[in-house]
Each structure stands twice: as C-alpha cells, then as structure tokens.
Design a protein around this ligand. Structure first.
Ligand code: CA
Length: 362
C-alpha cells in the first residue's frame, strides 16, 4: 500500500501530457528561430576599395556571418551599385537596405542632432570618444537621436586624428587664409567659412583635378595612408596637422524594425561585430598612417606644418560660437553637445597628465 501511494505521488509530480506538448512546441519554435537565416544588404558610403573604410564594412559583415555560423549573411554594396553615398540614412530608414556603413555627420540636413556623433573640431580624441560612447552615455544618446528615424546605430570604425589638409601655398597668418577655397565638409567647413575661407563640397573622385586646376586651393581628406592614394602630395606640398576631425567615428546603421525582429543572439553578434570594427579600423588606420607617413617623410618633398596661432585662435573662436548656436537648434542637439563637452572638460585634465605628458617626455 505504501509503495502504491509513493507511485501515485511520483506520478502526480510528472508533467501532464498537455505540458509536455507545450514544451515540445516551444522547443520547436526556438529551433525554428535558430535555424532561420537572413540575407541582408549593407549600403556603404565609401567607394569600393577605399583603404580602411571599406575594410571596416567588409570585416563587420564577415564577422557577423562567422559568429552566426552563416545564419546571417551581409552583402556589402558600394556607391557604384546603390548610387547614393550620402543617401544611406534614407535607404536604411525606409528598409530599402537593412544596413548601412557610413558616418553620422553626413546627415545634418536630416536631423541637426546627428552632426556631432562623428567628431567635433577641438573635441575628443579616439580614446576619449570611446570612453564617452561606451561608458559616458554616448551610445544611448546616439540611439535616442536615431530611433526617431527608425534606425539603430552603433560606432563601427575610427580614422584616428585626421590631418588638417594639403595647401598649395604656405599659410603664415590668418590673412593668408582669407578667400581660399578648401574642400572641407560639415561643421568644420562652417568653422573655416566663419574664419574667412570658402569651404566647398566636391565628390572625392574629382578632388585631385580640382586641386590641380586651381578650382580649389586646399583639400582635407583623411591622413597619409588615404591621402597618398589621392596623390595630393604631388600638387600641394604643404601638409597641415589636424584640428578639425580628432578621430572621426564611422557608424553602422540598421533598420530599427528589422533589428528588433531579430533573435537576441544575432542582435548581440551585430553589436559585437560593430565594436570590433571600431577597434580594428582605429588600429589599422594608425598602422597604415605610420607606414605611409614614414614613406612620405623619407622622400622629403612634403612640408609639414601646423597652423599659426592666429589661425587656430580664429578656428577655435568660430567653433565655440557655432556650437553655442547649434545648441539653440533643438533640445536634443543641446543635450548631445552638452554631454560631449561636459565629459571632454573633465577628460582634458586626465589626458593632460597622461597622454600629453607622456608624449612630451617620450
Ligand atoms: Ca576628413
């Protein structure tokens, strides 16, 4: 009798046939989700083969595919195919492309709050930028801005500190800059405009000819490794050190509806691959610029210069005025600028007694 009671109690603790059936359905759904494959397309802003920038997009896509064991394939399309290098925002927002690899400051016309997620003149260097993005609230702010446009965004590449550009003639004072036409896009273009230059926007493929023919007097692009490929050193020997893009961050854009419909593991893989692309492009950029600059330096036909004090003072003043003006554009622009400036003002003290001090004594 005791044995029978024990048997009944054990039987009572077993799951009912209905519960077993439910569990089997759940397992089946989970397996179906795990087995589902995605073939997504990514539109990048950079021409096919652009050093570092294309590599970052390709590496991101390849890492997602490897981590997901092929469940997500990402086909990378260059502007040669999609025809809209600066249209990535719209193509991802609409879902025409599930993803993009681009940079935020191209889209000021869509939303002024996007401007400062790439870089800010006299702003954060890559180390400070990463600290702000990943621990100082930057990533949350980025997505506060982009979620209004049905986009999820992650940092995914950094150029390191960019050079100030190639000039046909030496700049000895602010007076020498007045009226010069320079290719320099975005907020920095507005800064030099306020300081007396004429900023112009010319597609990358036409820059060399424009500089050679004197349509423009100066051009900024990225740094030695990228600039060397453009050939600017042959026609504009004065190469100025940087102030305007102290580490431009690139971004992966993802259509928000499509991102949110993904299983959690694929979402995590995308985020990890973006973070890895950010780290890897910064490392590759630094390495390739070291090598390219070494080669340029040895040839000895490039005149390296820093802008004179009155020029930098004028740029700094114009930048400060434009940032104050920008905070009045919308509460969200104000929030982004204030978040960055608050962090930068604290980081400056630490960077001064670490990076700056160390580089001086090395
Ligand atoms: Ca640039």
């Amino acid at each position: 009798m005791v044995a029978l009671n024990l048997f009944i109690r054990r039987w009572a603790h077993l799951p009912s046939p209905a519960a077993i059936f439910s569990a089997l359905i759940l397992i089946s759904i989970t397996q179906t989700a795990a087995a589902q494959t995605y073939q997504w397309r990514l539109a990048m802003s950079w021409p096919e083969g652009t050093p570092m920038l294309h590599n970052a997009a390709a590496r991101f896509a390849s890492n997602v595919e490897k981590m997901s064991a092929g469940r997500m394939q990402i086909i990378v399309d260059a502007p040669g195919r999609h025809k809209a290098p600066l249209g990535v925002f719209d193509m991802v927002r609409s879902g025409a492309y599930e993803m993009g690899h681009t940079t935020s400051y191209y889209y000021k016309g869509k939303d002024p709050a996007t401007t400062f997620f790439t870089t800010t003149p006299f702003g954060m260097n890559p180390t400070e930028m990463n600290a702000w993005y990943y621990y100082g609230g930057g990533l949350e702010l980025l997505n506060k801005v982009y979620s209004r446009h049905n986009i999820v965004a992650f940092p995914a590449g950094n150029t390191h500190i960019q050079m100030g550009g190639w000039f046909r003639k030496e700049i000895r004072s602010l007076q020498d800059l007045k009226g010069l036409k320079m290719r320099i896009p975005g907020h920095a273009g507005e800064v030099v405009g306020r300081a007396g230059m004429k900023p112009v926007s010319i597609p990358p493929g036409e820059l060399y000819t424009a500089l050679e023919r004197g349509t423009i007097d100066a051009v900024e692009w990225v740094g030695p490794a990228n600039d060397e490929k453009m050939g600017f050193q042959k026609i504009a020997p004065f190469y100025y050190t940087g102030w305007h893009e102290p580490g431009a961050e690139l971004h992966v854009f993802i259509n928000k509806d499509k991102f949110e419909a993904l299983p959690e593991d694929l979402k995590a893989m995308i985020q990890i691959a973006a973070k890895e692309a950010s780290f890897d492009m910064l490392s590759e950029s630094f390495y390739r610029n070291v090598m390219a600059w070494e080669e340029m330096r040895e040839k000895g036909d490039i005149q390296i210069r820093s802008f004179p004090k009155d020029v930098l003072d004028a740029f700094r003043k114009a930048n400060d005025e434009l940032l104050i003006q920008a905070t009045e554009e919308s509460p969200l622009v104000k929030e982004v600028i204030e978040s960055q400036q608050t962090f930068l003002n604290k980081a400056k003290h630490w960077s001064k007694i670490t990076d700056a001090d160390y580089l001086q004594l090395r």
